[in-house]
Ligand binder design. Structure first.
Ligand code: G3I
Length: 545
């Protein structure tokens, strides 16, 4: 492995071994509580970055002031992509890329290069080449773009390949893959290493933040590339999250398993969107998610830092892509800091910021309604907090049954004819929790006769896992359904959709989600899940009941 650049200010983004870096970077005194994000990040040996757009960088001083003052690493949101740098064969245009690098130099920042090989924002002329010419064009592009900044200490790392997987963990059948097969990935890394032996080289993707089929596929690819001496130094987890879809599971564990392969890890494109308009409850939950991201990175020594995909809601790709969603960043459209800014700041400050030690007040006793065989609705009097209540957790004893950002919840996945004694706990963005509410007891009804039958198919499988799909067909109309899949030992279920899964060992029971319990007479509905399988060959077919 080549030597990385040394003498750079930010340890983790700088390309020096972690242990050395951590010692070199700890400042004599901690950053002041009011210090900008970058000072707190530097005190923790991490980078805090933002993707920047060249338009406002040139035209708005408020944008420049925050971009330069708060962040110690920047990424070009678009200006280093192929369409911008090589619009015609071997004709390079550097205005945007150079503007980013110049700004970073002026503001004592590092640049992470994004991105060399991607299926988006690549000109048509590349996509229409034959295989040999396409491989040569890719190698030339990498040589020229990486080579331009190879001797510039500001540019420290590159996303070499971006988004090579589909969400189910199979290779994306991009034009790169169709023409060149998987070999384009190793070739791209080797070309980048040849162009700049000191730059840190990353593979980058989205929906890989938690442990799931796609991140496991990424894990297996990185492991096999490194086993073949392909110079993959770093894995980027984009982190385009949404408060309405929940925070991904096992993020810290996921970062750590990649780090254990010997690669550096980092969050590369964090934004956390919501259904607009904003309100205090959504802002508080978003702030919690930002806290979670920063804390996950701080907890993993090999996590180099966190880049936000923009910093102001004034400029974000989100509303253009997700209708009715936005407000994903840490400053609003008028450059006012949001609760998300405070969350990032306080998490980076790690106790040197103004601590939030006051817990929310105790929630009211939950009232129960809409009891079915699998669920019930709970409503309680809301808590208050000196800053904001970020959510509520509903427990049966010590088992969490569900979470809500409002003072009500519809519980699903409950067992039929079972007594549940439940209570509610409120929490704030800093993790302070209220005393538990008084308990309420209710008993679910018996399972309705459904007259439904299920069929199963394996959608796809890979080493260690598979995606399954079940179709539930009902002879009479039903308002709820359930299906149990019984497997031989060695099969697990890590997530499901259009259903709620419970069970362990060999039997997994799936019940309808709140929105798809009703099936008309003769109708059917489908749900899916991701399974793990520790054997070889095709995953086993379950017995359905
Ligand atoms: O520059 C042209 C402009 O001349 C034209 O008038 C205008 C009309 O639509 O389009 C402009 O180009 C847009 C470009 O952003 C610059 O603003 C493209 O249409 C638009 O598609 C492009 O979107 C970018 C997107 O990548 C493309 O896939 C977003 O800004 C950028 O935030 C987004 O970033 C990606 C990362 O690179 C990879 N990971 C996901 C992330 C979010 O999609």
């Amino acid at each position: 492995m080549s030597g990385f650049r040394t003498a750079l200010r930010v340890a983790a983004a700088a390309l020096i071994p972690i242990a050395t870096a951590a010692m070199a970077l700890l400042p004599a005194t901690p950053a002041h509580a009011d210090s900008p994000l970058r000072e707190h990040a530097e005190a923790r040996g991490k980078f805090i970055g933002a993707a920047l757009a060249t338009g406002p960088l040139a035209s708005e001083s408020a944008y420049r002031d925050i971009a330069g003052g708060e962040f110690n690493q920047i990424t070009a949101e678009n200006a280093m992509k192929w369409t911008d740098t090589e619009p015609s064969p071997n004709q390079f245009t550097w205005a945007g890329a150079d503007a980013i690098v110049d700004f970073a130099t002026q503001n004592d920042q590092q640049v992470h290069g994004h991105t060399l090989v991607w299926h988006n924002q690549t000109p048509d002329w590349v996509q229409s080449l034959g295989a040999d010419a396409m491989r040569a064009a890719m190698q030339n592009h990498i040589a020229k773009v990486v080579g331009r900044y190879a001797s510039n200490p500001t540019v420290v790392s590159w996303d070499v390949v971006n988004e090579v997987f589909d969400d189910n963990g199979t290779m994306r059948t991009s034009f790169w893959y169709q023409k060149l097969g998987e070999s384009y990935i190793a070739d791209a890394f080797r070309a980048a290493r040849a162009a700049d032996p000191d730059a840190r080289l990353c593979i980058n993707d989205y929906n890989v933040e938690g442990v799931n089929a796609k991140s496991t596929a990424m894990y297996n690819l990185v492991r096999s590339l490194r086993a073949a001496d392909v110079p993959v130094d770093c894995v980027g987890f984009q982190g385009h999250l949404a408060i309405q879809y929940g925070f991904p599971g096992q993020v810290q564990e996921n970062l750590q398993r990649f780090a254990d392969l010997g690669v550096q890890v980092r969050f590369t494109e964090i934004d956390i969107r919501m259904q607009t308009p904003r309100d205090a409850t959504k802002d508080a939950l978003q702030a919690t998610y930002y806290t979670n991201v920063v804390k996950a990175c701080l907890a993993v020594p090999q996590c180099a830092g966190i880049t936000l995909w923009g910093f102001t809601d004034r400029y974000s790709w989100v509303p253009d892509t997700f209708s009715g969603q936005g407000a994903a960043l840490i400053y609003d459209e008028n450059y006012a800091a949001k609760p998300a800014y405070t969350a990032v700041h306080d998490a980076l400050a790690g106790g040197t910021g103004t601590p939030d030690t006051q817990a929310p007040t105790t929630p009211g006793t939950p009232a129960v309604s809409q009891i079915t065989s699998t669920g019930a609705r709970l409503t309680w009097t809301a808590s208050t907090d000196d800053r904001a209540v970020s959510g509520y957790d509903v427990y049966r004893g010590t088992t969490k049954l569900g979470s809500s950002t409002t003072n009500s919840i519809t519980l699903t996945g409950l067992a039929a004819q079972t007594a549940y004694t439940v209570h509610v706990v409120a929490r704030d963005a800093a993790g302070n929790t209220s005393t538990p509410s008084a308990t309420t007891t209710f008993t679910t009804t018996s399972t309705p006769p459904t007259g439904c039958t299920s069929t199963y198919r394996t959608v796809s499988s890979w080493q260690g896992g598979f995606q399954g799909e079940v179709t539930v067909t009902c002879t009479g109309a039903v308002t709820s359904w359930r299906t149990t899949l019984t497997y031989p030992a060695g099969v697990g279920v890590t997530q499901s959709w259009s259903s709620t899964v419970s069970g362990a060992g060999t039997a997994f029971t799936f019940v309808n989600a709140a929105w798809n319990g009703s099936v008309p007479a003769g109708g059917s509905t489908t749900f899916g899940f991701i399974g793990t399988w520790n054997g070889t060959g095709a995953p086993p077919t379950p017995v359905l009941s």
